[in-house]
Design a protein around this ligand. Structure first.
Ligand code: ADP
Length: 399
């Protein structure tokens, strides 16, 4: 990898997917292709990719259910792309970094720290570390950069960061951090682009509703509060995660069900949420299809919409009003039904959905007279990673 190193690879490793994209180092970075390994851990895993210039899509089946094998197959596929030789650095989405929030090069020290804290985020961190090490082994000279999902929330006031446990724990960094920061940073950047600076400086609620789901309250461009806390398991009910849980339930599971830490982790991160309630699946689209015939699916959908509505109410109170509500991620971008149920009853806050606009997933889905402008913005975490990596590379060249 020598000549013309002018592109950045982004890697966003989740529990069931690895998203990737390649960008030319321009201002803003220009996406050349993007893709995803879907269905990780299943026998139906496949690598889907899109040429960002031509929008041409392709997919190939991946004959493995193993995460590290799939990652190695991804590298083999990347090596076959003509742009591979131009990669100057890889940017990784790192969900949790404790005190690390700004993008930084991945050194042996940082990697060791990430390994230490991976116990707090067993859903994301071990997989991200594995991906970093696989690239490191094969391309030891390639710069790898960590882009933290907590960065956006560093601005939260201390009251929103505090957990009500003895002070000695907060001295160890046990506090609320908040996540989905790359997505929120993109949504704010995009809001400014499409609606102007004045709107972006207003009172805004961002709802990132995907398999992982959270909301953030933003004022004057700064995060004031967010539903996830010390880990991405907290907050809103999610695909397979509990969201907020009475700590007494933890005690019950340990005392009465004799659960150990590993079983508890599995229960709260992989067996709960929409999956736990429906007993069938974690996928909102499928639950909506099943809810007419299966009351458990109906209850899962109802709880998701109810909790999201509650958070919107709470954050309108935090902000002292509301100007803009933004829906994003898989459910937020694609489900008129869920958006409608969330917004139903929020007319008192000035939220009035326009049904035809909502049905068509339009960019603005509120009525022209709605006091609150309700928007859909497709998120783009990969672009934010690429921007952060380019800035860091440019900075290190200049200094
Ligand atoms: P992740 O957190 O894994 O990135 P996504 O943002 O891709 O998740 O969101 C996945 C969720 O979006 C799933 O629950 C999926 O069912 C839901 N979803 C995608 N399209 C639709 C749709 N048309 N209607 C309802 N839900 C949808």
């Amino acid at each position: 990898m020598k000549a013309n190193r002018n592109s950045v690879l982004t890697i966003n490793g989740g529990s069931s997917s690895i998203k990737f994209a390649l960008f030319n180092k321009e201002e803003p970075p220009l996406q050349l292709f993007h893709g995803e390994i879907e269905g990780m851990g299943s026998k139906n895993a496949q690598l889907r990719f899109t040429n960002s210039m031509t929008a041409q899509q392709n997919s190939i089946p991946l004959p493995t259910a193993d995460y590290s094998e799939a990652a190695n197959l991804l590298i083999k596929w990347l090596e076959k792309q003509q742009e591979f030789v131009s990669i100057e650095a890889i940017g990784h989405r790192i969900v949790h970094g404790m005190k690390h929030t700004n993008p930084e090069p991945i050194t042996a020290t940082l990697l060791a720290e990430l390994k230490q804290i991976s116990v707090y985020d067993p859903v994301h961190l071990p997989l991200a570390i594995m991906l970093i090490e696989i690239f490191q082994k094969q391309y030891p000279d390639l710069t790898q950069i960590a882009c933290f999902d907590t960065s956006f929330h560093a601005s939260m006031p201390s009251v929103a960061k505090q957990l009500a446990i003895p002070r000695r724990f907060s001295d160890k960094g046990i506090q609320r951090y908040g996540f989905h920061g790359l997505s929120y940073a993109y949504l704010m950047q995009e809001l400014k682009r499409v609606a102007g600076n004045e709107t972006a400086q207003g009172k805004i609620i961002l709802a990132h509703l995907g398999n992982g789901a959270s909301l953030a309250a933003v004022k004057e461009g700064k995060s004031m509060d967010t539903s996830m806390g010390f880990t991405p398991t907290s907050g809103l009910v999610m695909g397979t995660r509990t969201g907020d849980l009475d700590p007494g339930v933890g005690l019950y599971l340990i005392e009465s069900e004799k659960m150990n830490a590993k079983q508890f982790n599995h229960l709260i991160n992989h067996e709960s949420g929409l999956l736990g309630i429906s007993e069938t699946n974690a996928d909102m689209r499928e639950l909506l299809e099943q809810e007419g015939t299966d009351h458990r699916a109906a209850e899962a959908v109802e709880l998701f919409c109810y909790q999201t509505k509650k958070w919107i109410g709470a954050y309108a109170a935090v902000l002292g009003g509301l100007d803009t509500l933004i829906f994003s991620a898989g459910i937020g971008e694609h489900s008129p039904e869920v958006r409608k149920r969330i917004c139903d009853g929020l007319q008192f806050l000035g939220i009035e959905l326009d049904e035809p606009r909502n049905e068509k997933n339009e960019a603005i889905i509120s009525t022209d007279t709605s006091k609150v402008c309700v928007r859909i913005i497709k998120t783009n975490e990969e672009l934010m990673i690429a921007i952060a990596v380019c800035e860091l590379l440019n900075h290190s060249v200049k200094s």
